[in-house]
Design a protein around this ligand. Structure first.
Ligand SMILES: Nc1nc2c(c(=O)[nH]1)N[C@H]1C(S)=C(S)[C@@H](COP(=O)(O)OP(=O)(O)OC[C@H]3O[C@@H](n4cnc5c(=O)[nH]c(N)nc54)[C@H](O)[C@@H]3O)O[C@H]1N2
Ligand SMILES: Nc1nc2c(c(=O)[nH]1)N[C@H]1C(S)=C(S)[C@@H](COP(=O)(O)OP(=O)(O)OC[C@H]3O[C@@H](n4cnc5c(=O)[nH]c(N)nc54)[C@H](O)[C@@H]3O)O[C@H]1N2
Ligand code: SF4
Ligand SMILES: [Mo]
Length: 735
């Protein structure tokens, strides 16, 4: 592959995944097909879509809903290939129960009733022995809320998802400390109206968040300047006027020096800063020593380039987006790094302005009335906020720590539900997660595929895939508030699989929690909720998506007085929230460890055709990208005598080796002190016949975890690897 372009499905033929149809003549006539609304679950952008079904009830294609702001009527290649999630013959179709001792990897098929009885009995035992609070829930995606309700009804609030402390929480807290509110998803970056987009390790185009990819294309067409900071020549870098190949782990130095230039040369938005901010003089003094000459010694970016890019931003202000990124758990100073991004946006006057960051709005759907939850004696907060005072949601790694045999606290996690999350792959330090799972008395995994996590379950429950089920409606934020419906597009799920809402309800009833489920069918709940916002299930089945008028401002009107939800009511350049909790009130540069000799920094990211390990076995998407490749600089390859396409194994600084080999891709596009390994590959479960053993897994190699003090998030970019040219002798983890 050459330097990739932004991959956007712009023409009708790209609505078809290669391999799905033999040629264009097979494209069915839309007028003969029935269309049914859904929203995509292949990633968490949740594009609203239509599934087209033929007269035999077969789904023949999925395309974006034209009315939808997330997709603008176009799905990304993964969403188009979402059909493969339903058709995959390796899917889980029956409840499974572990046979024999914990750790034994043999399962037998059981009926739903047997599975529910077993779970209910174990949960009751755990509740009696340790307290109900000891049952945790790990979740991701749309199925999570059904199980959240079940666990809360049972009496626990130990709930967490890797999409928080392994993903976006530092950014949320960094922005909240500055502006009094976080960003949430989809990120309200006004990319389509921007004149300058700054991407700091944000790899839009490989990170296929649909709306952002489309808006970035629009910005490029409009002549916006793109500045990409990345040690790797990413797809975004290939579309940029400025590529700053930064030395990894030094971004904070660059951000501070940009502030230095913008303040010293009086390029900031004086009126905005004066009117809306608190602590400018403190910041001015704080960044005085962070000159471009100083930053050059840390980042390797020349002072002239730092100045020139600062001038570009200031010239475009306020229509500048210094993008906050999403996967922001890098080096353990992540709240502070994302704070620096928030501050830079402030100096440029772009927060709350056209072409900068806008104010999104959502239409909340009220919760269907039910009995109040019993207050648990302790929750995730009690075991987290003593150390990480600004953790805003459950921290998966903290709950895992409390499930370890060495945990001496009287608060223990002794059982869990795991739904739509693969915590052995997404939480760093795999061995620790496995020890925690082995130490629990009950592990229930609700999943659609036999992924790695199912191998650690006592009970596996097969969920229907998104195309086969109803879920709660999507009510996510955007420029205009909107709601979208997901409903089954086929008559019934594959095998005995059931939708999450039904599993949660049936289990609730087994546990004697009927009063929390005062409805029979989710359709009743949806209809009730839709009616509260002026529509109905019947109408939504026809339109799929309903948009509402915006009630609040999209941007701050010029010159308007504005109150921010911070202690001072201003944008806080000096953060009282952080200072009050004993953290740095303004970001400081922290030095991070660089490569030990003979080792290369392990950098990971996304490939456009896959979402983590969710899609690696998907027949359509697997055919597009069956494995990952390790990016290696030509000088390094030469030193090691490695050839293009050669298979290598990797060993990290702690002696951990990959289970499987990975093919090398020799390219100038990666810095010579790092290697790049896209995430999600190197599957360990043999039941995933297409994905098993294909490529290598970054998850195995992330054992050095750098904890973000403020939030407990796990910085994962402080790991270094070396090459093993022959297969190492070791026991594989395969399940
Ligand atoms: N090493 C490493 N770790 C990472 C990352 C990384 O890049 N590298 N990225 C981090 C980030 S940004 C995030 S957001 C997290 C995400 O981490 P996870 O929450 O673990 O995410 P997924 O990979 O989406 O979850 C995959 C599981 O969901 C199952 N699944 C898919 N669809 C459904 C469904 O409809 N119902 C049910 N019940 N199950 C379903 C899949 O089969 C699979 O077992 O990982 C983080 N961890
Ligand atoms: N196709 C696809 N798209 C996805 C996903 C997916 O699985 N597949 N997952 C979605 C999810 S949940 C998330 S959170 C987002 C994550 O997507 P992003 O927020 O865009 O990205 P990251 O994974 O943080 O960043 C990866 C980039 O950071 C660069 N990088 C590594 N180290 C450094 C450094 O020290 N400094 C700088 N400046 N750059 C560095 C890497 O070279 C790479 O280009 O993607 C989303 N979109
Ligand atoms: S961005 Fe792609 S995978 Fe994600 S929800 Fe949209 S269509 Fe689906
Ligand atoms: Mo994420």
């Amino acid at each position: 592959m050459g330097v990739g372009g932004l991959v956007v499905a712009t023409t009708p033929i790209l609505n078809w995944v290669p391999g799905f149809l033999k040629d264009d003549s097979e494209i069915p006539d839309d007028s003969k097909l029935k269309r049914i609304p859904t929203y995509c679950e292949v990633c968490f952008w949740k594009c609203a879509a239509w599934a087209y079904v033929n007269d035999k009830g077969k789904v023949v294609k999925i395309i974006g809903n034209d009315e939808d702001q997330h997709s603008n009527g176009r799905l990304c290649p993964r969403g188009t290939g979402g059909l493969g999630m339903m058709e995959d013959e390796d899917r889980l179709t029956k409840p499974l129960m572990r046979v024999g001792e914990p750790g034994n990897q043999t399962f037998k098929e059981v009926s739903w009733d047997e599975a529910y009885d077993f779970i209910a009995k174990k949960m009751t035992e755990i509740g009696d022995k340790y307290g109900k609070e000891s049952m945790a829930l790990f979740h991701h995606g749309t199925t999570g809320p059904h199980f959240e309700h079940l666990i809360k009804a049972y009496g626990s609030d130990c709930i967490a998802e890797p999409a928080i402390a392994q993903c976006l929480v530092p950014r949320e807290v960094g922005f909240k400390a500055t502006f009094g509110r976080g960003l949430s998803s989809p990120e309200p970056t006004d990319i389509r109206n921007t004149r300058c987009l700054v991407l700091i390790g944000n790899h839009i185009g490989e990170n296929m968040h649909n709306g952002h990819v489309q808006e970035m294309s629009q910005a490029i067409d409009n002549g916006a300047t793109i500045i990409t900071v990345d040690p790797r020549f990413s797809t975004a870098a290939s579309k940029s006027q400025y590529w700053l190949p930064i030395k990894p782990a030094t971004d904070l130095a660059l951000l501070l020096s940009w502030m230095n230039v913008i303040i010293k040369e009086k390029l900031y938005d004086k009126e905005y800063v004066e009117k809306y901010t608190y602590g400018f003089d403190l910041l001015k003094n704080h960044v005085k020593s962070y000159t471009p000459e100083w930053a050059y010694t840390k980042t390797g970016i020349k002072p002239g380039v730092i100045r020139k890019t600062a001038y570009e931003m200031a010239g475009a202000a306020p229509a500048v987006v210094v993008h906050p990124g999403r996967h922001t758990v890098w080096y353990g100073d992540d709240t502070q790094r994302t704070r620096a991004i928030a501050i830079l946006n402030t100096l440029l006057g772009s927060y709350g302005k056209k072409g900068g960051i806008y104010f999104p709005e959502k239409r909340r759907l009220p919760k269907y009335p039910h009995e109040e939850y019993v207050e648990p004696k302790w929750t995730w907060k009690d075991i987290t906020r003593d150390k990480h005072k600004l953790a805003i949601l459950g921290v998966t790694n903290v709950l895992i720590d409390y499930a370890l045999p060495e945990n001496k606290s009287d608060k223990k996690i002794k059982g869990c539900f795991i739904t739509a999350t693969n915590i052995v792959k997404s939480i760093p330090d795999q061995k620790k997660t496995i020890r925690a799972l082995d130490n629990m008395e009950l592990v229930v995994v609700v999943d659609t595929m036999p992924t790695e996590i199912t191998g650690y379950a006592d009970i596996v429950l097969p969920e229907a895939v998104y195309l086969e089920r109803y879920d709660y409606a999507r009510a996510s934020q955007h420029r205009k508030p909107n709601v979208a419906l997901r409903m089954p597009v086929v008559d019934k799920p594959m095998g005995d699989a059931k939708p999450g809402w039904m599993i949660a309800r049936e289990l609730g009833i087994k546990l004697g929690l009927e009063k929390y489920f005062p409805w029979k069918n989710i359709e009743d709940v949806l209809d009730w909720q839709f009616k509260k916002v002026g529509t109905s299930l019947e109408e939504m089945k026809k339109i799929g998506l309903k948009e509402f008028d915006k009630e609040d401002y999209l941007y701050i009107p010029d010159g308007a007085e504005w109150e921010f939800n911070t202690p001072t009511g201003k944008i806080e350049l000096f953060s009282n929230l952080l200072a009050g909790e004993g953290y740095d009130a303004m970001p400081k540069f922290t030095e991070h460890k660089q490569n030990p000799p003979g080792f290369f920094r392990l950098i990971y990211g996304r490939v456009p055709m896959h979402t983590f390990g969710r899609t690696v076995n998907n027949p359509y998407l697997n055919s597009l990208r069956p494995e990952n490749h390790l990016w290696v600089h030509p000088d390094v390859a030469k030193d090691w005598g490695i050839e293009s396409g050669q298979e290598v194994w990797l060993e990290n600084q702690d002696g951990v080796k990959t289970d499987f080999p990975v093919k090398v891709r020799i390219t100038q596009r990666i810095n010579s002190n790092a290697v790049y390994l896209p995430h999600g590959f190197g599957g360990d479960n043999k039941k995933m016949t297409r994905a098993y053993g294909k490529g290598a897994s970054d998850s195995e190699l992330i054992t050095n975890v750098m904890i973000d003090k403020e939030t407990g998030a796990t910085g994962m970019r402080g790991n270094f690897v070396t090459f093993l040219l022959k297969e190492p002798k070791q026991e594989k983890k395969s399940v």
